[in-house]
Design a protein around this ligand. Structure first.
Ligand code: ANZ
Ligand code: ZN
Length: 830
């Protein structure tokens, strides 16, 4: 036969793999230390629809490393499951008047079948679904652990609200343009009492640990995390408020206000103060006279997104609060304004405005005719005239004790010292990171295991009563109404207080699905354990993950949340490591005709159709060969048909091998043997540095070399040919497992090629037997000599000077110097 039937081959090997189960991870082998472990993880999918090209790409890439590690003798944990709570299932249930579980579990089965056919080396015995009560029981348990450790709490505040999905969103779920990451609606604000995880408690550590991940994570993801955590060094400065506050209590004095500033050195240039208009501070400071103006303004502000509010090019708006603060170093009176460009939840929600050196403050000063005073002379024109703030280094002026200082760091230090001495300020570090808002007013998620009792307050559900299972609700009941649909299950809501036994009600919010995925990698070490979320000894043995592969869209949210969970669990003594993902690789996107695939463009490529036409192996090979993993792949430029042709060519090699299994290749075609061994050695480095596309290229070259050897030289009976074809099968199995199994079988081996070890490299065959030495005369190349790589200096010089072309070039002149760099260069100076 000159070709194999792709479909038949796929159907043939599936049951064999099921029977041999070569990918099952052996806990005992790692617990006993018999084998070193590797934990390979790729992001688990949402069960919406069938797998698509993006899944196909990431699974193909991921499988190279997982299979490679297994070849290298590691015990490999390579699990898969489903992130199966979430909005898509709920929306489908509303559309079809069914239960979200119907949609969810049907899709899971479809995807499972597709994954099996796709031939990824997952350990299916560890399969999990986050929407199973057996799983979310432990999500709830972990929520309670957070609660017990002060890491979960409820507070009332203005939150991001998606008017389309009728639910709150975490800051991380609001896109840069202020829209909902799920549905694209413009996100608004609402005052609500919601549950939060205290991610800010770990801000510093989450930030610092990024240094250790710098080299093993993809750089743009490390940077995205850094920016999101947003560490700023600066100072808190406290300003007294002038006069009395009007109100019920006669003579009451307003509380001083504290600002966060990164430039305490510009304090002498502060000419007014600004507080966030929508924060409590503004309404506590405002005079009765100005109150109506403030209230009208706040109504407008609530409609804008944070991004708009911070934009530098937006016209500045605000309201004077009728009150003054006192500059702690100069005693100057500063009018206090409320404006929307100061955010309520960053720093202290209040700033000192230094219009000369901050553009937003300058724009505001211009809009409301407030004074501008330069305190750092940078040599640039005065901002008071140009309305361009100067932000660079310079010499301090109009700054009392700082005058004449010309170094920013020294100025900041001096200012902090002065503030500290007077007790009106101190150096501090501020983070942009906010606590994680985890309450969702939706049905298809893990219920928050808290009971509200009038007498006892928030009472945790005792852990032996977990899981708090979702009540049965379908279709119409799930329609978003702004409150949680769980509230409609009156019988479910009504319960007794675990503490006093009195009547109480269940919390009706469910958890953000990002909670489910923040710990799934731990559940995989013991997916069926009924006494704890995970086995601690196994977590110690398997963790942390050696390589995590996933999409860029999770560079901030999911990775940060998983890192946070890891740190809390470490502090609770449940795990021993501090970071979950030792290495992280993000794959590019599969696009089509230069554009992202989308329904509206009609340029989607259907994975199922591609698989039907070209087969699994050709699609996988195409995706791996297309580009380095992190680059996008334009499917329009790809040729899966070409990949299939190559696979058939590789497969035909196996049919041409006529030597017996186990014959020593010693004495066979040396050139072919060298090519084989060099390819193996190179493959090691290529896989370990994730250059999988080059791995495929090298495999193709070896296929060509072998074909040439068979046809024009040694023939199929040479054991060097068998050696080469076996190596091709092993290398190919990381990308095209079906073809590789077929080859392995044709070569006379028992299945499966997945179970063999990595080919051993004969170092002697790596030594190159000749290299090209370049001979230059008067700086020009005159000859190239094939020499032994370990030629001596004197031999190389003698050879060079005896070469006819070199002799001609010297043309009888006196040789002044011969510079020899063995084995590659001879430079003759005349
Ligand atoms: C005075 C000053 C002078 C400032 C100057 C900057 C330049 P990052 O680096 O992002 O941390 N700020 C503080 N809290 C704010 C809030 N809630 N909303 C909007 N702006 C706020 O920025 C810190 C700087 O942003 C702070 O330093 C403050 O302005 C402003 F020449 O204080 B600065
Ligand atoms: Zn009670």
């Amino acid at each position: 036969a000159t070709t194999y039937d792709v479909r038949a081959v796929e159907e043939k090997w599936q049951p064999v793999w099921d029977r041999l189960d070569p990918f099952r991870a052996d806990d005992d082998a790692v617990l006993s230390g018999a084998r070193e472990k590797k934990y390979a993880l790729t992001m688990f999918p949402y069960p919406s629809g069938d797998l698509h090209m993006g899944h196909a790409e990431v699974f193909a890439l991921h499988d190279v490393i997982a299979r490679y590690w297994r070849f290298r003798g590691y015990e490999v944990l390579n699990p898969m499951g489903w992130d199966s709570f979430g909005l898509p299932a709920e929306n489908a249930a509303i559309r079809n008047d069914t239960h979200p579980a119907t949609y969810t579990y049907a899709n899971i089965e479809t995807q499972y079948e597709s994954m099996k056919r796709y031939g990824v080396s997952f350990d299916w015995s560890r399969r999990l679904h986050t929407s199973d009560p057996e799983y979310y029981r432990w999500t709830q348990w972990l929520f309670l652990l957070m609660h017990e450790r002060g890491m979960a709490y409820r507070k009332n505040s203005a939150v991001n609200w998606c008017p389309q999905d009728q639910t709150v969103l975490a800051n991380e779920q609001v896109l840069a343009d202020g829209t909902c990451e799920r549905c694209g609606a413009v996100v608004t604000k609402r005052e609500l009492t919601q549950w939060y995880f205290r991610t800010t408690a770990y801000a510093q550590e989450l930030y610092d640990c990024l240094d250790d991940l710098q080299d093993s994570w993809i750089a743009k993801v490390v940077n995205a995390q850094r920016n999101w955590i947003g560490r700023s060094e600066g100072a808190h400065v406290t300003f007294e408020i002038e006069g009395e506050i009007e109100g019920e209590i006669e003579g009451e004095v307003a509380e001083p206000i504290t600002v966060f500033t990164t430039r305490p050195d510009t304090l002498w240039g502060a000419t007014f103060m600004v507080v966030a208009a929508d924060a409590a501070l503004a309404s506590s400071l405002v005079t009765d006279e100005q109150r109506p103006a403030l209230e009208a303004y706040v109504d407008d502000v609530r409609k804008a997104s944070d991004i708009d509010r911070l934009a530098t090019d937006r016209p500045k708006t605000g309201v004077f609060l009728g009150r003054y603060a006192i500059n702690p170093v100069s005693g100057e009176r500063l009018p206090i304004w409320a404006a929307d460009y100061v955010l309520a939840d960053y720093g202290t929600g209040a700033i000192m405005a230094v219009p000369a050196h901050d553009q937003r403050d300058l724009d505001f000063a211009k809009a409301f005719d407030l004074p501008v005073r330069m305190v750092v002379d940078t040599g640039e024109p005065d901002p008071q005239e140009t309305f361009v703030a100067t932000t660079g280094d310079g010499t301090y002026v109009n700054s009392g004790p700082l005058d004449g200082v010309s170094d920013k760091a020294a100025g900041i230090r001096a200012a902090i010292d002065i503030l500290a001495e007077r007790g009106t300020g101190s150096g501090t570090v501020n983070f942009r990171l906010r606590d994680w808002l985890l309450s969702r007013q939706r049905y298809w998620g893990a219920p928050i295991p808290i009971v509200h009792c009038e007498a006892c307050g928030e009472v945790p559900v005792p852990t032996d009563q977990l899981p708090v299972e979702l009540p049965e609700l379908t279709g119409a009941d799930l329609r978003p109404q702004g409150t949680s649909p769980l509230g409609a299950a009156a019988e479910w809501v009504a319960t007794t207080c675990p503490s006093c036994g009195g009547a109480a009600s269940r919390d009706t919010d469910t958890m953000d699905t990002f909670v489910d995925s923040s710990w799934y990698f731990l559940r995989f070490v013991s997916p069926n354990l009924e006494t704890a979320p995970f086995d601690e000894a196994l977590a110690r043995a398997w963790g942390p993950i050696d390589l995590y592969i996933g999409g860029d869209e999770h560079a901030v949210l999911h990775l940060l949340y998983a890192r946070f969970f890891t740190k809390v669990l470490r502090d609770a003594g449940l795990i021993t490591w501090s970071e979950p993902f030792s290495a992280y690789l993000s794959q590019g996107k599969v696009i089509n005709n230069g554009r992202k695939m989308s329904k509206s463009l009609g340029n989607g490529v259907n994975l199922g159709e591609q698989l039907a036409e070209f087969g699994v192996d050709a699609v996988r090979l195409t995706l791996v060969f297309a580009s380095p993993p992190e680059d996008n792949i334009d499917w329009a430029d790809m040729s899966p048909g070409g990949s299939l042709k190559f696979l058939q060519r590789a497969w035909r090699l196996a049919g041409d091998v006529t030597s017996e299994v186990g014959v020593s290749p010693e004495g066979g075609d040396t050139a072919l043997r060298q090519a084989t061994h060099r390819t193996v050695r190179e493959a090691e480095g290529l896989v370990e540095s994730y250059r999988f596309n080059v791995l495929v290229a090298r495999t193709m070259e070896l296929v060509n070399a072998t074909r040439k050897a068979i046809d024009s030289g040694c023939g199929g009976e040479d054991p060097a040919v068998r050696e080469a074809v076996e190596v091709v099968a092993i290398l190919l199995s990381m990308v095209a497992p079906y073809t590789a199994e077929e080859m392995w079988e044709r070569l006379g081996h028992e299945p499966s090629v997945a179970q063999v070890s990595w080919p051993e490299v004969d170092e002697a065959l790596l030594v190159e037997d000749s290299v090209t030495a370049v001979v230059q005369v008067k700086g020009k190349v005159k000859a190239r000599l094939e020499v032994s790589p370990d030629i001596s200096e004197t031999d190389l010089e003698a050879l060079a000077l005896a070469d006819a072309a070199v002799v001609r070039a010297i043309d009888g002149a006196t040789v002044r110097k011969v510079i020899v760099r063995t084995p590659k260069l001879v430079n003759v100076v005349v």
